[in-house]
Design a protein around this ligand. Structure first.
Ligand SMILES: NC(=O)c1ccc[n+]([C@@H]2O[C@H](COP(=O)([O-])OP(=O)(O)OC[C@H]3O[C@@H](n4cnc5c(N)ncnc54)[C@H](O)[C@@H]3O)[C@@H](O)[C@H]2O)c1
Length: 249
């Protein structure tokens, strides 16, 4: 999404919680890569944020700093990982099954990878036909499932003392769906969740939970800014989507 003029991006201060939906090949390779770099076992080859450069001014100016030295990006040491998956395997076990990385490297990273244990997933086989697992949430309807995610997100942030959070979708691809009338606005979307409407896929429930959590953080920040003791860093998920919503309101 293009950054609108005037959008504010929260400063990259404090710990950044990275919440991964799906703890499969992509997620475990990402976590293992970060941990390997932190341990000095690997170089961040291919990482735009760590190795990429940005040209400033004219080509002849020869000003080509690393992106991470130019933009306020989180340091890898400040990343904390959390995940949801329909299987209870830790990131170590999941990475071993995925078979992307060499066993020797995974053994060296066993400890940090074993610490990442997935929370119960929001999952429905109607949206990913060939998959079934046991680590799945139960709830009275889709809104209830979303509220369970929201509670977990808040708890993760509190427990890990995160200043900011980001959610990344790395779960199995769901069936193709077209937009439905219930997607039109928040009210119809929430009613559809209460009604367990089939136009609401699990991926949408995660997205709703992330945005709701960002709103809660925004309110919290506003309340604290008004008080005598303004809070530290702004706690946001995705500032841009909120800005665009506010503008269109
Ligand atoms: N592997 C690649 O090179 C690659 C490249 C581009 C895109 N992708 C996409 O990235 C996604 C992840 O790929 P991968 O290779 O890691 O797949 P994967 O099958 O190894 O991992 C996906 C994980 O998501 C879990 N999952 C499924 N539905 C879930 C839900 N509703 N909530 C929580 N967890 C759920 C599965 O149990 C599985 O562990 C897929 O959508 C894939 O199409 C993968």
């Amino acid at each position: 999404m293009p950054v609108k003029k005037g959008a504010q991006i929260a400063p990259a201060k404090g710990k950044l919680g990275v919440l991964l939906v799906g703890l499969g090949a992509v997620s475990t390779t990402f976590i293992a890569g970060v941990e390997a770099i932190k341990e000095g076992l690997a170089e961040p080859i291919g990482s735009l944020t760590q190795m990429g450069t940005i040209r400033l001014g004219k080509r002849t100016d020869n000003r080509v700093p690393k992106i991470k030295d130019f933009l306020p990006l989180a340091d890898l040491k400040d990343l904390v990982f959390g995940a949801w998956d329909i299987f209870p395997d830790s990131a170590y076990e999941a990475a071993t099954h995925a078979g992307v990385l060499e066993k020797e490297l995974l053994e060296k990273l066993r400890k940090p990878l074993q610490k990442v244990k997935p929370m119960k997933a929001v999952f429905d086989q109607n949206y990913v036909k060939r998959l079934s697992g046991t680590n799945v949430k139960k709830g009275k309807n889709k809104l209830d499932l979303a509220n369970q995610l929201i509670a977990e997100i808040a708890e993760f942030k509190r427990k890990n003392k995160c200043a900011r959070l980001v959610m990344i979708w790395a779960a199995s691809t769901e069936i193709f769906m077209t937009p439905h009338a219930v997607h039109r606005n928040l009210k119809s979307f929430e009613q559809a969740m209460r009604d367990n409407h089939r136009a609401i896929a699990p991926s949408m429930i995660y997205a709703y939970a992330a945005l709701k959590s960002a709103d809660a953080d925004e309110d919290d920040h506003r309340a604290r800014s008004k008080g005598a003791h303004a809070g530290p860093a702004r706690l946001v998920f995705d500032k841009h989507s909120r800005q665009s919503r506010r503008r269109s309101a």
